[in-house]
Ligand binder design. Structure first.
Ligand SMILES: O=C(O)C(=O)C[C@]1(C(=O)O)C=C[C@@H](O)C=C1
Length: 285
């Protein structure tokens, strides 16, 4: 198979993909929409993109593309530990505290917000398309004395020197990546884990009435279907209009899940099943 991932080489997404699809052909793309487009245009068989981080929450561009723009399915979830380090070009090692700017993916900058605020207040923080893209830039522009935030693999790959380790603000830092396919059938991977999940995108009926969301939740609760996430995102049709992303710790097959979805539709909700899949753990190294 050919797998698109948010690159370049040594991004966190690349690390997860290498562990999950060790024998497959990997293709790096610069942005999350580029990965999704490659998948819908059949240039690749799977796309792997970040969906949610334990510190920063959802990756909005992934969630919004999955709801509004592309018709693809989640076929596996990869949960990876995330360690953020500050790195500079080796020629700037002695003056790393005087960096001109610090670059990284916006999610990575946000995961290190307190560190950056207290150690580098007032410095320019420049978002990049990924942590690895920031590291690559720093390696190619030694004259700028810029810093990058990323993983140890990026430091090795781009020949940078790590000057401060583990600068993310909270110890428990993990990111959920999703494997996406044009077909719905779940991927079985040789990784630890394997518990089943389903992800639904639910839109409430337009004739908004009191208690609609409560009715949606009770369709799951009285069937003892455990929800591991519910989040609202703007429908982009006006203030106060949302869709809901709901993760259920249950496969779609089975009478209870089918019953819950029938009940939501009977309530006038629109339900899009994004996937019924297995959840795997990615080792740190
Ligand atoms: O920039 C990367 O290395 C990515 O793979 C993207 C990404 C993200 O979008 O959340 C992945 C994991 C980390 O949480 C930070 C950045």
């Amino acid at each position: 198979m050919k797998i698109a991932y948010l690159g370049p080489v040594a991004s966190f997404t690349h690390h997860a993909v290498k562990k999950a699809f060790a024998k497959d052909e990997l293709a790096s793309y610069d942005t999350i929409p580029d990965c999704l487009e490659a998948l819908t245009a059949s240039q690749v068989d799977r796309a792997v993109v970040p969906l949610e981080n334990a510190l920063e929450g959802s990756v909005p561009i992934t969630v919004d593309y999955l709801f509004h723009d592309v018709d693809v399915h989640i076929t596996a979830e990869l949960v990876s530990p995330i360690e953020q380090h500050l790195m500079v070009h080796p020629s700037n090692y002695s003056r790393w505290e005087d960096v001109s700017k610090i670059m990284s993916h916006s999610h990575a900058l946000a995961q290190c917000h307190k560190y950056l605020y207290y150690r580098f207040r007032g410095k320019t923080l420049q978002p990049s398309t990924s942590t690895a893209a920031a590291a690559q830039y720093v390696s190619e522009h030694p004259d700028e004395n810029a810093g990058a935030i990323g993983n140890a693999l990026a430091a090795r790959t781009y020949g940078l020197t790590i000057v401060e380790e583990n600068i993310h603000d909270f110890h428990f830092n993990h990111t959920r990546f999703v494997v996406l396919s044009r077909e719905a059938s779940a991927d079985r991977l040789t990784l630890e884990g394997g518990s089943q999940k389903s992800t639904l995108m639910v839109t409430l009926p337009s004739d908004d009435r009191p208690g609609k969301l409560h009715q949606v939740l009770s369709a799951f609760s009285w069937r003892h279907l455990n929800l591991s996430k519910i989040e609202s995102r703007p429908l982009k049709t006006g203030l106060g209009n949302y869709f809901f992303i709901i993760d259920v710790e249950q496969a779609m097959e089975g009478v209870l899940m089918k019953g819950a979805i029938d009940e939501l539709e009977a309530l006038g909700c629109t339900v899009k099943v994004l996937g019924s899949y297995h959840k795997y753990s990615i080792p740190a190294n």
